[in-house]
Write a protein that binds this ligand. Structure first.
Ligand code: AMP
Length: 139
C-alpha cells in the first residue's frame, strides 16, 4: 500500500503542486494551518527522517531552502515555522517524510516550536553531559 503522498507523486490523486524535481516535490497542505502552508517531500517513500538516505536528505533540504522564501513571499508572511513531525509519538500521521512550511504572521495567535513538547525535564549537569556524550558518539 503506497502512502497518500506517493499517490500524489504518481498523479493518482490531485494536489496543488508548487514545485517538483527529480527527487522531491512540494504541494499545498490540504488542511492548511495558514494560507500557503506547504509540504515538501522526498518522492521516494521513507517513513521518517532517520530512514532518508544522505543524498535524498541533501535534495530535500535544498528544496526546503528554495521553498521557504517562495512561500513567505507568496502570502506576504512575516516569518514561517518549518518543521517535521518525525514519528508517530511526535504527531506524524502520514508515514512518508514531509516538511511543513507554515507561514506565520505578526499576531497570528500561534506559538513557537518550544510549545510542541510536553512537560520540560529538570536535568542535572551530569545527565546533560551523559546525553551530550551519547549523541556525540552516534553523530
Ligand atoms: P503530519 O501530522 O505531520 O503527518 O501531517 C500530515 C499533513 O498532511 C496534514 O497537515 C494533512 O493536512 C496533510 N495531508 C493529508 N492528506 C493530504 C493530501 N491528500 N494533500 C495534501 N495534504 C494532505
Amino acid at each position: 500500500m503506497s502512502t497518500i503522498f506517493s499517490q500524489i507523486v504518481e498523479g493518482e490523486i490531485p494536489a496543488r503542486v508548487v514545485y517538483e524535481d527529480e527527487t522531491t516535490m512540494a504541494f499545498l497542505d490540504a488542511n492548511p494551518l495558514a494560507p500557503g502552508h506547504t509540504l515538501v517531500i522526498p518522492k521516494d517513500e521513507h517513513e521518517r527522517l532517520n530512514d532518508v538516505p544522505d543524498a535524498v536528505a541533501t535534495d530535500l533540504y535544498a528544496t526546503v531552502h528554495r521553498l521557504v522564501p517562495a512561500v513567505e513571499a507568496s502570502v506576504d508572511a512575516d516569518a514561517s515555522t518549518v518543521a517535521f513531525n518525525n514519528g508517530e509519538a511526535a504527531g506524524q500521521e502520514v508515514p512518508h517524510v514531509h516538511c511543513h512550511i507554515v507561514p506565520r504572521f505578526e499576531g497570528d495567535g500561534g506559538g513557537p516550536i518550544h510549545a510542541v513538547a510536553g512537560d520540560t525535564p529538570d536535568l542535572e549537569d551530569d545527565e546533560l553531559d551523559e546525553i551530550a556524550g551519547e549523541i556525540e558518539s552516534r553523530a
